[in-house]
Each structure stands twice: as C-alpha cells, then as structure tokens.
Write a protein that binds this ligand. Structure first.
Ligand SMILES: C[S@@+](CC[C@H](N)C(=O)[O-])C[C@H]1O[C@@H](n2cnc3c(N)ncnc32)[C@H](O)[C@@H]1O
Length: 178
C-alpha cells in the first residue's frame, strides 16, 4: 500500500519510508552498510510525529517561500527525531547539483540523496540566518542492521513550534557561492 504522504509534501518528490539503494554497490559494500540482503524488507519508518513540514512565510527567513521542519512538541536534549532516508549511493555517483545529498559514511564513500526520494528530514534547513546555532545534529545509527543517518536533538531542548535546523557545514555554501 502506498504510504500516506505528509502534509505539505512536494508532489515532485517520492515519499519513501525506507532507503533505496544504487545498483552499483558490490556485495561487500552492501554488507558494510548492513544490507547484504536487499530482498529482506526492513520495517518502514512511520510518518514523523515529532516534527512537521511547514511553508516558510516570514520574509526575514533566508529560505522564505520554501519549506522547513518544525517541532510539534517539546523535544528533549540528545533524543532521536527521525532518520534521513533517500537514495543511498557511492559518492562517485553523486549528483553535484543536488541540495539534498549528505554523507552517510565518509570512509565507505557513501552518501544519501533525498532530491528524488526522501522523507520529512529532507526539509531541514541550515541554521545560518535563521538562529544563532544549530539545534539538531546528524549522526549515524543502526536500525535492523542497516547503517542510517539520523537526526538528533543537540544539547538543548527544542521547544514546540521551533524550527529544526542543522549546520550544513561551510563547504555546502562555499560550493554554491564561490
Ligand atoms: C535540504 S534543502 C532544505 C529544504 C528546503 N528549504 C525545501 O523547501 O526543500 C536545502 C536548500 O534549502 C535552502 N536553505 C536551507 N537553509 C538555508 C539557509 N539558512 N539560508 C538560505 N537558504 C537555505 C537552500 O535553497 C538549500 O539549497
């Protein structure tokens, strides 16, 4: 059954509740990612409850006119929010024009692109120009044996209604504006 798409989900993007793997991975690489057997289905990630996608209408927000991700309730420090799902691929296959491509494992040379397939986590904006510092971090976790990129609350509680922002790193902006 097709998943229920979250409110404000863009029609041009396929909402996914599991990672999708490039066909270029070798059996050894899939083993390192904890997906030696791609035929074995993993439990789908349920639609997010702790965060929701909202259009940004504040003209002072640098991403005004786009979307962002906002807390639906108080989120405790260091708690898990959601996993960043999308197209898992070799860095050598990266689409350099994608604004949704993040590193899954630098040593393995593997990234996740949520440009075409993704979940709510793809809507997380960079903190620059939005708040003083990021309030979430991206860090790996293992789910059912699979290596994931997960979104975690930073050291401070996030208030209900607050926008969830990460640091994309200076490299993200340098690549776009240099
Ligand atoms: C991963 S997407 C974030 C979700 C995006 N706002 C959307 O509606 O799909 C990254 C893009 O969001 C925008 N963005 C995110 N954070 C921003 C910021 N702090 N300042 C300006 N633009 C930002 C940029 O266009 C960037 O390329």
């Amino acid at each position: 059954m097709a998943p229920v798409v979250p409110t404000n989900w863009p029609s041009s993007v396929i909402y996914t509740q599991t990672n999708i793997y490039s066909k270029s991975f070798s059996p050894d690489q899939l083993q390192s990612l904890g997906r030696a057997n791609l035929q074995k289905p993993l439990k789908p990630q349920p639609p997010a409850k702790l965060v929701k996608i909202k259009p940004i209408t504040d003209p002072s927000h640098p991403a005004c006119g786009q979307f962002g991700l906002f807390a639906t309730q108080k989120l405790p420090p260091k708690s898990h929010i959601i996993d960043y799902l999308g197209y898992v691929h070799l860095v050598s296959e990266s689409d350099v024009t994608s604004d949704y491509d993040i590193t899954l494992d630098g040593d393995l040379g593997v990234a996740i692109d949520a440009a075409k397939w993704g979940c709510e986590a793809r809507m997380i904006n960079d903190y620059r120009g939005v708040k003083e510092r990021p309030n979430v971090i991206f860090e790996n976790r293992i789910v059912g044996g699979e290596l994931r990129m997960a979104v975690w609350v930073g050291g401070k509680e996030i208030k209900k209604g607050e926008e969830v922002c990460v640091s994309y790193g200076k490299g993200f902006w340098k690549a776009r504006y240099d």
